[in-house]
Design a protein around this ligand. Sequence first.
Ligand SMILES: NC(=O)C1=CN([C@@H]2O[C@H](COP(=O)(O)OP(=O)(O)OC[C@H]3O[C@@H](n4cnc5c(N)ncnc54)[C@H](O)[C@@H]3O)[C@@H](O)[C@H]2O)C=CC1
Ligand SMILES: O=C(O)C(=O)Cc1ccc(O)cc1
Length: 375
Amino acid sequence: MTSSPTIGLIGSEGSYGRWLRRFFETRMGLAVLGSDPGKPGTVEPEELIARCRVLVFCAPIRHTPAIIADYVKRAGGRERGALWLDVTSIKETPVAAMLASQAEVVGLHPMTAAPKAPTLKGRAMVVCEARLDVWRGWLAGFLGALRAQCVRATPEQHDRIMALVQAMVHATHLAQGGVLGEYADRLGGLEALLPFRSASFELDTAMLSRILAMNPAIYEDIQFCNPYAGPMLGALVRQIEGLRGLVARGDDAARADFRRRFFTDAHAALGEPAIAEGNYTFERVGYLLADLAGERSVSMHLPEDQAGSLRRLLHAFERQGVSIASIHSSRTPAGEVHFRLGFDADVAAAAVSAALARIETEGIGRLLERSPELT
Ligand SMILES: NC(=O)C1=CN([C@@H]2O[C@H](COP(=O)(O)OP(=O)(O)OC[C@H]3O[C@@H](n4cnc5c(N)ncnc54)[C@H](O)[C@@H]3O)[C@@H](O)[C@H]2O)C=CC1
Ligand SMILES: O=C(O)C(=O)Cc1ccc(O)cc1
């Protein structure tokens, strides 16, 4: 075990591979080698095994168990004293494949696509400690640097839970996508429906759009490679069928059954505190969506790590007598941190322009975007 191991990434040119390379190099100061078939600048598995004491498998889900088995065979015992990790969205088969080696083994599952941010701060990550000894201290440092909210599980627990947390959520949204597609001829696509949105519809279609914008292989494998996904899909179909049956009956008894089954029983099974918390989350997100829908806004990038820059920004608006209706920090599609400030209709565009000019000349911030209503 060494405190500064060379990291070997298997699948180094994919989305997580590229994110992990940057993380290990810049946040942990470690040397990184990558292997990815046919991709220039990467090395053969043999070289990775010989030179890296930590391997991280970040390859396509369906091929990962076989890829790991191939590494076990090639390493032939040289992996004793090394640490093997993976970030696969499924945990039983990759962890079992890694345990066939003599390396120490920890399965990881970051519950986010490779983020634009440099760490996993605020994101959940499942940690399956399968065989850990001398690498325990190093792993703790690595997890600390990642800044994720770690939750421990066995690989089986993980896969059973992911059948709900991922496979079910993706399945319901993909089904909604299918239904919306079936109705699109008559009622139009998303663009035609969004002016009629509720916050729920906006959130659900955002989820659907997110899934459709991502790599379909991930979503396919989350359904097809998790042995607990099939039974979950059966339960989902039974629930929808049940609802359809009640609506088809349509009488008062069916309505009473609806209330009991989908409300009273669900409250009892899911727990009041969690339902109250989830409802509060929804309300907060609802206000956020309402703010984001506002038509008068500016987005500013502020120099990071500079104490007082937000106060100076707000002061520039105050000096012009501009009152700010909402303020949110977020990231641009390119990943840049920005503040979005919303203004009510009675705020004069000229006053906002004057504040913005001052903000730019005094180097307080940089204007990224301004809605046409404020130009
Ligand atoms: N993208 C996401 O949202 C998340 C992905 N993950 C996991 O990360 C892993 C990688 O996912 P992505 O980076 O999104 O996929 P990706 O498709 O962007 O990257 C996979 C890479 O593996 C390479 N590869 C294929 N066969 C290989 C082999 N035999 N040896 C070495 N490399 C090989 C591919 O050429 C590709 O560059 C998956 O196991 C996935 O479950 C985990 C959490 C979220
Ligand atoms: O679809 C989701 O739930 C996401 O937020 C993105 C994602 C995809 C695959 C994962 O293994 C983890 C997260």
